[in-house]
Structure formats: structure tokens, C-alpha cells
Design a protein around this ligand. Structure first.
Ligand code: DC
Length: 222
């Protein structure tokens, strides 16, 4: 049950470095929706696990920690940031150690449950563009607006390198796609977009065009 008075949700899923974040942020701006980066939420929990010196393989202690953390949200420039014990951890979310451990921490079902609930709560308050791995398949499986964006492995590796981050995206993709709870899959009713040869604006234009075809009710700015 995903709530009766929910606002509209556009789900954007895809593997690491597929261009999801840039596309989702820009799409949200264009529609005047709130942008939610669910990967950033998993990263914030991962940083908290590492900060508490918990072994990322220790599912039991991670589950305990996530139960004890006080989670909140703050809107900054139409983007929702998760607050952990009242702190916005944004500046830490792309540290190498977070890149290395985030897939492991995000396998823990209790972590997934807590964050899923937060995302659904957000959708009771705002129209959202939410990006992640299981947004169209699990978190908002009933939204009619879902997209799966991908790019060739070479293009994705180049994009990550251009951001100056060290990130083993192939390893993360394998872990994210093979985990037991809510793995990265293409939801059966998601529209696929290959972004390898498109600019961010090009992908956003394509999504807006497809939303129009779905009679998406909004004053879409072109
Ligand atoms: O989008 P990203 O690369 O910042 O996501 C970081 C990690 O978070 C990703 O490797 C797996 C996890 N994640 C997830 O399990 N489910 C989501 N909906 C989003 C991210």
C-alpha cells in the first residue's frame, strides 16, 4: 500500500554513473518537482556505519544502528537531503570508503525498509523525481511514470572519471543487481533510455516528450 493522497512520482532507475542524478535533478527543476537522490540516502547511512566503526559486513549491528539513528529531511534548492542525527552529510557522500562499502550496507533489509518509508513519506508531501535502483520496481511500483536509463560501460566509466571519483562501478553494479532484497532490475513497465550518445538536456527532453505522450498532467515547460 503506497498511500492514497500521494503526489506524483517520476521514478528514474539505472546502474552507477548512467547519468541518473544529473538527469533527475534537471527534470525536477523543469517540472518544479522536488528531487530525491536515494543513492545519497544509502550513502549517508553507509557513512554513519563507518563513522560508528561498525564492520560493513555486520548486518546485525547495522540494523541496530539504523534503528537508533534519528533521520530527518531538509529541502535545499528543491532537493531533499537526508539528515542523520540532524547533520547533512552531503560533503562526505562520495568519499572512497563510502563508494567501497555502500553496496554492502544497502543490502541490509532494515536499512532498505527505513529508507523506503522515508521516501514514501516524502511523496505524501511533494511531487517528486526520485532516482535510484529499485524506485520503479519496489518503492513506487505503482507510479505510471518510470524510466530506466543506462549507458555503455565505457561511457559510464568515463563519466565517473570525469567527476574525479574513484569508483569501481562494475563491482557495485554486480552487487546491486545480485542482492536478495530489491536488486537493480528493469521494472516491467519502465521505459528504457540509452544515454550513451545523448547530452543531459537530450535525455531530459526525451523524458518530457514521453511524459507528454502519457498525458502527464502538468504545465510542462518545453
Ligand atoms: O546512485 P548511487 O551510485 O549514488 O548509489 C549508491 C549505492 O546505493 C548503490 O551502489 C546501491 C545503493 N542504492 C540502492 O541500493 N538502492 C537505491 N534505490 C539507490 C541506491
Amino acid at each position: 500500500m503506497q498511500g492514497q493522497d500521494r503526489h506524483r512520482v517520476i521514478a528514474i532507475d539505472g546502474p552507477a554513473a548512467s547519468g541518473k542524478s544529473s538527469v533527475a535533478r534537471q527534470l525536477a527543476r523543469r517540472l518544479d518537482f522536488v528531487y530525491v537522490n536515494s543513492g545519497a540516502m544509502y550513502r549517508a547511512i553507509t557513512w554513519s556505519v563507518l563513522n560508528a566503526r561498525i564492520d560493513p559486513a555486520d548486518k546485525h549491528r547495522i540494523a541496530e544502528l539504523v534503528g537508533d539513528l534519528s533521520l530527518g529531511g531538509v529541502l535545499k534548492d528543491r532537493e531533499l537531503h537526508l539528515l542523520v542525527d540532524n547533520v547533512d552529510l552531503t560533503e562526505h557522500l562520495h568519499e572512497d570508503r563510502v563508494n567501497s562499502e555502500v553496496s554492502r550496507v544497502s543490502m541490509v533489509p532494515e536499512v532498505r525498509n527505513v529508507l523506503l518509508q522515508r521516501m514514501r513519506d516524502y511523496a505524501n508531501k511533494h511531487d517528486l523525481v526520485v532516482e535510484g535502483r529499485d524506485i520503479g520496481s519496489v518503492v513506487f511500483s505503482d507510479t505510471p511514470y518510470k524510466f530506466y536509463i543506462d549507458a555503455s560501460p565505457e561511457v559510464r566509466a568515463q563519466r565517473r572519471a570525469a567527476q574525479g571519483h574513484r569508483d569501481e562501478i562494475a563491482r557495485r553494479d554486480r552487487a546491486d543487481s545480485s542482492r536478495a532484497t530489491s536488486p537493480l532490475i528493469v521494472a516491467k513497465d519502465a521505459e528504457m533510455i540509452d544515454t550513451s550518445n545523448l547530452t543531459i538536456d537530450g535525455v531530459v527532453d526525451e523524458i518530457v516528450a514521453r511524459l507528454r505522450r502519457k498525458r502527464f498532467a502538468s504545465d510542462l515547460r518545453s
